[in-house]
Write a protein that binds this ligand. Structure first.
Ligand code: ADP
Ligand code: ADP
Length: 218
């Protein structure tokens, strides 16, 4: 069934007199095992949508459900609990803490996970970073950093994996490796949602929705 659903999401930003309607009635659903790509030009609402789906931001209107639980319009502590147990997030800004090595970064994401959870070294093996657990984020090259971010996003064995430009500035080989891992995750039963400009990423998705001015095009 549906693991991730969003119904009629509205999000307004106010800055003084200025008001931006970032989302104007976006609905979507992602089933277990399915990969959905979200495309759209800069400013169309992709990042805002992702933040609302992750419970990092609250929409003014509409509702988000994750694995049958309502995520939106709840206290931050509830959203944080659901996020920690159910959701893996790969943001463009990176999801690694700079002063912790990879093993510690993965352990941190473990804390609220349901058991059994993959060990840090198993996760690092999965993303092709065998034996790099003691490395600091700054010691990694771009492609390695992206893979380490994915290891952290997968550390809680998430039902829902949300990724913003997961293959952003990677070379072709690393991009293929990341796409393979995302697809594998969906095959293992997760709902995967990818915000992207990449035709390669769109190609591996089961479905695509396009955003324009905060609306999804039919
Ligand atoms: P992208 O197309 O990759 O989402 P953007 O440049 O649109 O990149 O946005 C980058 C970040 O800046 C986002 O996190 C977004 O929330 C924030 N942002 C975008 N527009 C504004 C704005 N007008 N005021 C404040 N923050 C903004
Ligand atoms: P995208 O990710 O597709 O580039 P965003 O979700 O970042 O789109 O932005 C959607 C709209 O909301 C844009 O018009 C952007 O300028 C505006 N926006 C995004 N974040 C903020 C913010 N924090 N404050 C004010 N406006 C914002």
């Amino acid at each position: 069934g549906d693991v991730l659903t969003a119904r009629d999401l509205y999000r307004f930003y106010r800055a003084g007199e200025e008001e931006t309607l970032a989302l104007r009635g976006v609905s979507l659903r992602v089933r277990r095992g399915e990969t959905l790509a979200v495309t759209g030009p800069s400013g169309s609402g992709k990042s805002t949508l992702l933040a609302c789906l992750a419970g990092l931001d609250e929409p003014e209107g509409g509702v988000v459900h994750v694995a049958g639980e309502r995520l939106s319009h709840r206290p931050e502590a509830d959203r944080a609990r659901i996020r920690a147990r159910r959701i893996g997030i790969l943001l463009q800004s990176g999801n690694l803490l700079a002063h912790l090595d990879l093993r510690a970064n993965i352990r941190l994401a473990h804390t609220a996970a349901r058991t059994p959870r993959p060990t840090p070294s198993a996760l690092l093996d999965q993303v092709g970073l065998h034996g790099r657990g003691a490395a600091l984020p700054r010691e990694l090259a771009g492609g390695e950093l992206a893979r380490a971010g994915l290891a952290v996003a997968l550390a809680n064995d998430p039902d829902v994996l949300l990724a913003d430009e997961p293959t952003g500035e990677l070379d072709g080989t690393t991009e293929q490796r990341i796409l393979e891992l995302l697809r594998e995750r969906a095959h293992n039963g997760a709902a995967v949602l990818l915000v992207t400009h990449s035709a390669e990423v769109v190609r591996i998705a089961d479905r695509v929705i396009a955003l324009r001015d905060g609306r999804s095009l039919p």
